[in-house]
Design a protein around this ligand. Sequence first.
Ligand SMILES: Nc1ncnc2c1ncn2[C@@H]1O[C@H](COP(=O)(O)OP(=O)(O)OP(=O)(O)O)[C@@H](O)[C@H]1O
Ligand SMILES: [Mg+2]
Length: 403
Amino acid sequence: MTLISKGKSPFNPGQPVPVELFVGRQKQIDHIMVRGAGQVEAGKPVAVYIQGEYGIGKSSIAGFVQALAEERNHLHAIYAPLGGAENLDDVGAAILEATLRSGAFNPTRKEKIRQWLAKYVGEQSLFGFTVRADALKKDAPTVASGLLPFLQEVMNRLQETGVKGVFLVLDEINGITANPKFAHFLKALVDTNALSRTPLTLMLMLCGVEERRREMIHHHQPVERIFDIVEIEPMSREEMEDFFKKAFDSVHIQVEAEAMNAMTANSAGFPKIMHLIGDAAFWLDQDGIISAEDAGSAIIMAADEVGKKFVAQQVYKALRSADYHSILAKIAQMTPTTMSFRRAEVIAGLTETEKKKFDNFLQKMKTLKVIRSGETQGEYVFNMRMVWLYILLQSLLRKPAKK
Ligand SMILES: Nc1ncnc2c1ncn2[C@@H]1O[C@H](COP(=O)(O)OP(=O)(O)OP(=O)(O)O)[C@@H](O)[C@H]1O
Ligand SMILES: [Mg+2]
């Protein structure tokens, strides 16, 4: 095998997209900038909920608008991922650490924040610094219970830099929304600020799936009214093309039309899948041109990746019985091109025991969001092309497990 040297892959399947490669979402960005950042700059606090399914691009758009709002509206961006947080003290610690790490877009602000919060800075290294976990933990409850005064102090410290507001993003809220205190905390934060004589110019943004927002409302009904909801939907074909073009152009690789068609059709609007397919194609390519064949292999590699992470862990695990697995394999082989199937047609090809389990199977698959009901009665459609493709590949490569 000849080893050709490759530069850095422009694809990041596991991370929010860097600003240079961000595509699309113009309508949502305009909305957030005008109704959100613009209002905050003018003195009115705003709370936004970025809503969309897993991997659709919530964190990416949050990062993108934070950068824009720093530049255009003079807001100070703080990005706090709450993954792992279970109680309000954990939330306080995450926000304190995020504040300490803020200022990436503006060296003067970064410096002022570091000086103010120096006691939490541990060891300095070439690549940044570590955080003193003990000190952080000790003060976290104060930050959580006094978040408004804390953020007001951020503003005071940055006053000379012309700051007009704080743009706080709370991301990865999956764990914390289960705690009823979090819903009360948010509502109190927003209300206390609104009622204050001089409200803090705070842009609060949460990112999450719809179920998490519903969970908070379930814990505390008034949460329903605090957020302006911005829905992130699957990307259009133009947005996907734009992305592939931008990304491959940046590393001087050409994409043939047929390959482009295959990559966008299989990404089906899911940015995460675009990155998986693009990354596989980038590494497969040998001649600086992505051909239909390269794209085909990349799609299969991406399907395998999606399958290992999603289908194998969530779908196959939930469908424990061997009958379910063989029903799935039969369906995949019956729907090689359309991704949709009819109940009656599948039933005709099932064994007697499979037939008995079929309706339960459909129900489970719907709950898992693998399929949804189609437009006509008795029709079902796979939600994600990659999932369907993986199931098809598995059914072709391996015989269903026998018990
Ligand atoms: N507008 C965009 N342009 C290009 N790539 C994008 C865009 N939005 C998201 N991506 C890419 O899609 C993938 C998923 O994005 P991101 O992590 O932002 O989604 P998410 O909705 O926050 O996911 P999760 O539900 O896992 O938190 C990442 O690989 C990211 O780089
Ligand atoms: Mg995210």
